[in-house]
Design a protein around this ligand. Structure first.
Ligand SMILES: [Ca+2]
Length: 530
């Protein structure tokens, strides 16, 4: 009889052996391998009795252990892929681009058909997640550049999910693309509850995958050999991924909130290796795009492997999503090649139709979130704040508010919470756009001076038949929602883009162009020893 007791005896993973789960303490499940009870080998009764005695002893011993181990609240990881489309993932029907790890996670967890982003471009979409507010209310409602580098900062008074996490004793980190304020502003990660940041602060800087510099917290460091123009020796995602994995390893013993804002597969479509797509009869852009998506897949796979290695997978919720719909028209070389609009939805990034707002999204939390579930109920990014508050048991700081509803019981297999409506606005060009979803109805207004369109999503998810004329009551309802949901903000008038917004964008573009031409590196950038 084997007498060496090792942790692996308590937890059987990736095994087809019979497993029996015993609940130990309030949250932890403990797995026992009882396969010996089901083998064809005939054992005498004494041997079976001995083994049962040992199993019981193990159970009691671990009960004692867990009694001294206080209840652990789950780690929370939000992985936000920049511009990935539903149609890019195998789980949603993609056949050319390989995403085996994401597909496996979606199968092990719950996949969502109607998970809505904050709104259909980068900065406001991630701000909606980070603040728990929809974009009629959130301080960031469009991409708003602030030269020389960075975007409109989140104000001091805004309570972020990272600050809520700090109030619950969590470690916090963000990796990838920030876009919510430069380091010398109120929107700096360190001013918004983030213990550690690594990546690009500015969205425009993040257009290059071979940048001349990146940030480790607020400290710029040089990426030798990179030209910032699509060529170089160091692929930024590799450094970002490595730093993220190291941070997870370093924080495995405490609860953490991790926001992984992966820049892939956002343009420009630069990659260090076409990998399995090298010999495909495609354009370079198509190969690079496919390789970017598959890179997300393997990098997320490495994160999951790390969680398993550190034995914290069952203590970790991962929500994966795109930040907006595809950046490509379905008729474009990417949209067409990869059949991105195979879900039949209308529109893509920068719009208010379902193709812009519904995301490739799944939730994964082994042992807690049901596996194999595919769900058609709607939820949105601003729900993740109250969801995290409930999961973490946080007592949010003063000033906390949210437009969302907790999804905890929904994640665990229940129904999505009831609500009056979802609301989106987007300040992109000179005509901000709005949308609302209430029950089966969807309203779109492509400018305050434009008529409200009404679609019945229950049998027209493609939004092909505007029924506004025959549904005046729904038009009236939409008008009331638009009025109620939009909170006036001097940065975000509904009838135009402000002169300052336009001017700042022009200056930021000129500076970035100059920096690119001159392969600019911040004066205080350091050389990093790896
Ligand atoms: Ca984006």
């Amino acid at each position: 009889m084997e007498t060496i007791l090792h942790k692996s005896h308590f937890k059987v993973k990736h095994s087809h052996a019979y497993e029996s789960k015993f609940m130990i303490g309030p949250t932890r499940f403990l797995s026992f391998d009882l396969s010996f009870m089901h083998t064809g080998i005939v054992m005498n009764q004494t041997s079976v009795a001995n083994r049962i005695m040992i199993a019981l002893a193990l159970l009691l011993a671990s009960s004692a252990l867990s009694a001294s181990d206080p209840k652990r609240t789950p780690n929370f990881i939000f992985i936000l892929s920049d511009d990935i489309a539903q149609g890019d993932m195998g789980a949603y029907g993609q056949t050319l681009i390989q995403t085996p790890r994401l597909d496996q996670m979606a199968a092990e967890g719950t996949r969502y058909l109607q998970a809505y982003c904050g709104t259909s471009v980068c900065a406001p979409s991630r701000s909606s997640f980070f603040t728990g507010l929809h974009t009629g209310h959130c301080p960031v409602r469009g991409n708003y550049e602030v030269p020389p580098e960075g975007q409109l900062p989140l104000p001091d008074a805004t309570v972020t999910i990272a600050e809520v996490a700090k109030s619950a004793g969590y470690a916090t980190a963000t990796f990838g693309k920030w876009g919510m304020g430069f380091f010398d502003t109120s929107g700096s990660p360190s001013n918004q509850g983030v213990d550690h940041f690594f990546g690009y602060n500015c969205q425009r800087h993040a257009h290059s995958y071979f940048p001349t510099y990146l940030y480790d917290d607020a400290q710029p460091f040089i990426l030798p050999g990179n030209d910032g123009q699509g060529g170089g020796e160091t692929y930024a995602q590799e450094l970002i991924q490595d730093d993220m994995i190291q941070w997870v390893r370093d924080h495995a013993e405490e609860p953490f909130l991790l926001f992984y804002a992966i820049t892939l597969p956002h343009g420009r479509h630069e990659i260090d290796d076409y990998g399995i797509y090298e010999d495909m009869p495609w354009s370079d852009k198509q190969k690079a795009y496919a390789a970017q998506v598959t890179r997300i897949d393997s990098d997320v796979g490495e994160l999951v492997d790390t969680l398993r290695l550190m034995d914290i997978d069952e203590d970790t919720v991962i929500i994966f999503s795109g930040d907006n719909g595809s950046s490509f028209n379905p008729a474009s070389e990417i949209g067409k090649r990869f059949d991105q609009a195979s879900n039949g939805l209308r529109g893509f990034k920068r719009g208010m139709y379902e193709g812009a707002l519904r995301q490739a999204a799944f939730a994964w939390w082994p042992g807690t979130i049901p596996s194999g579930r595919v769900d058609n109920q709607p939820w949105a990014f601003w729900d993740l704040m109250p969801t995290f508050v409930e999961l973490s048991g946080a007592n949010p700081p003063e000033g906390y508010e949210t437009d969302g509803k907790s999804l905890v019981s929904y994640l665990k297999g229940g129904n999505a919470p009831a609500r009056d409506y979802f609301y989106w606005e987007l300040h992109l060009g000179n005509r901000p756009v709005q949308a609302a979803r209430f029950g089966q109805w969807k309203a779109v207004r492509n400018g305050v001076d434009r008529p409200i369109q009404i679609y019945d999503l229950s049998h027209d998810a493609a939004e092909s038949n505007n029924v506004a004329e025959s549904k005046p009551d729904m038009v009236a309802r939409a008008k009331a929602i638009f009025k109620e949901a939009h909170r006036p903000d001097p940065h975000w008038p509904l009838d135009r883009r402000t002169a300052e917004h336009i001017d700042q964008a022009r200056k930021a573009w000129e500076i970035k162009k100059w920096r690119d031409q001159n392969r600019w590196i911040p004066e205080d950038a350091i050389k990093r020893v790896r």
